[in-house]
Design a protein around this ligand. Structure first.
Ligand SMILES: *[C@@H]1O[C@H](CO)[C@@H](O)[C@H](O)[C@H]1NC(C)=O
Ligand SMILES: *[C@@H]1O[C@H](CO)[C@@H](O)[C@H](O)[C@H]1NC(C)=O
Ligand SMILES: CC(=O)N[C@H]1CO[C@H](CO)[C@@H](O)[C@@H]1O
Length: 204
């Protein structure tokens, strides 16, 4: 009960069920377009329309995953850190050492881990961006408990040979890092952990 409550309080917000650690990750292959953008043709800051396209594409890696999409969206040096996901992965039996570490330390690891997950509902509630970040507040409308989360993506001008990227114009962008937290207590309840289950009168 206590660990569940703590998880609910301190895990603010990404959308994953517990991951199987990747066994035999396959290397990403190049599927994105090879555009006319090169090192040096990089725009300084991402535009709002491009931030929106990046956010929508990120959401689709949760709700409608394909390897082609993920290869196009993430840089080769992509990393992902989320104590909420680490909690889902390691419960029951979460240890202090499980927290604070990278959830995915490479694009290859992400492709293997996320590719093994069932689709999860994901809608964007709010979206903001700075020059090189895209900040997404989202809802995963699971049953019986809806799960809210926040994902912050660092973006880079897409470089040749890393999958292509997304952009409304010639300049394409990719995500090089995600930090994200969400209500892992509610998520664990949906997965049937008794100590995190909703009260009997909540809903079926
Ligand atoms: C994503 O998957 C859902 C559920 O299968 C489907 O209804 C929706 O059309 C898909 N969206 C896209 C953009 O492919
Ligand atoms: C990751 O790769 C991108 C190019 O895709 C580069 O701009 C960025 O500096 C790299 N980040 C780190 C932390 O090495
Ligand atoms: C147009 C533009 O912003 N160009 C920059 C692209 O990035 C290089 C360094 O990687 C800068 O030197 C350019 O000024």
């Amino acid at each position: 009960m206590r660990s569940c409550v703590l998880a609910s309080l301190f895990s603010l917000a990404v959308a994953y069920t517990p991951f199987e650690r990747p066994g035999h990750p396959s290397p990403p292959h190049h599927v994105g377009p090879v555009g006319p953008y090169h090192r040096g043709s990089n725009a300084t800051c991402i535009s709002a329309p491009d931030a929106s396209l990046i956010a929508t594409s990120f959401g689709l890696t949760i709700s409608n995953y394909t390897e082609a999409l993920a290869v196009q969206l993430f840089t080769s040096n992509f990393t992902d850190q989320s104590d909420s996901v680490n909690t889902l992965i390691h419960e029951p039996g979460l240890q202090a050492s499980d927290l604070g570490s990278l959830t995915f330390s490479s694009k290859v690891e992400f492709l293997a881990g996320q590719g093994a997950q069932p689709p999860v509902p994901f809608v964007i509630l709010n979206l903001w961006n700075t020059c090189n970040t895209v900040i997404i507040r989202w809802l995963s409308d699971q049953s019986p408990l809806p799960v809210q989360g926040i994902s912050i993506a660092t973006v880079e001008p897409a470089q040749p040979g890393e999958g292509g990227g997304f952009g409304t114009g010639a300049q394409k962008w990719q995500i090089s890092a995600i930090v994200a937290e969400f209500n892992s207590g509610a998520w664990l309840g949906n997965l049937g952990y008794p100590e995190c289950k909703p009260a009997a009168n909540t809903t079926a």
